[in-house]
Design a protein around this ligand. Structure first.
Ligand SMILES: [Zn+2]
Length: 182
């Protein structure tokens, strides 16, 4: 069956930057299961899955504006270290939650001096054109309940609207798709 707007898709993916450097891959662990059309994938990739079916292997090139967006130089800010008192570890690569005009945001420390800290609020993949190697393993229709919840349920089962998080099971919400509140 072909992937439509409401399909549950089980897929492997490997993603590289434009220089061919591997960024992430599902191939060496378990495949990813998504509901098509929920925006779980970046737009440039999700749209390209339509009409593919189990067994298909293909490449998708996604420009940064259809992936994690352009880089914004103004998201890089240098602040006095004293503003970050209470932060235990302050080193290049440390991730912090910052309150900004746009709400809570994750920023990454990119420079530390004696009295100043420079943080970058860009997504680590912002400004990077991506290339995906995709393999479709399985396609089925999403159930009404799955569509309502916005996440996958194990075959034939319902999460009952309550979430028993069992990391070991590849079950409802075992798939880090359970941001949706019931
Ligand atoms: Zn559910």
């Amino acid at each position: 069956m072909k992937i439509t707007k409401k399909s549950v898709v089980v897929m492997h993916y490997a993603v590289s930057d434009s220089e061919g450097t591997l960024i992430d891959s599902s191939y060496d662990h378990k495949p990813m299961t998504i509901i098509q059309g929920t925006g779980y994938l970046i737009p440039g990739l999700e749209d390209e899955l339509i009409d593919h079916q189990a067994g298909d292997k293909f490449e998708v090139a996604v420009a940064c504006d259809q992936a994690y967006g352009e880089r914004h130089d103004e998201y890089v800010q240098t602040v006095p270290k004293e503003l970050l008192q209470g932060v235990e570890e302050l080193a290049v690569g440390t991730q912090l939650r910052a309150s900004t005009d746009d709400g809570e945001q994750t920023v990454i420390v990119i420079d530390v001096t004696d009295d100043e800290v420079t943080v970058d609020g860009n997504h680590p993949l912002a400004g990077i054109d991506l290339s995906f190697d995709v393999e479709i393993l399985d396609v089925r229709e999403a159930t009404e309940e799955e569509l309502a919840h916005g996440h996958i349920h194990a075959e034939g089962e319902s999460c009952g609207g309550s979430h028993e998080h069992d990391e070991a099971e590849d079950d409802c919400c075992g798939d880090n798709t359970c941001d949706t509140k019931h």
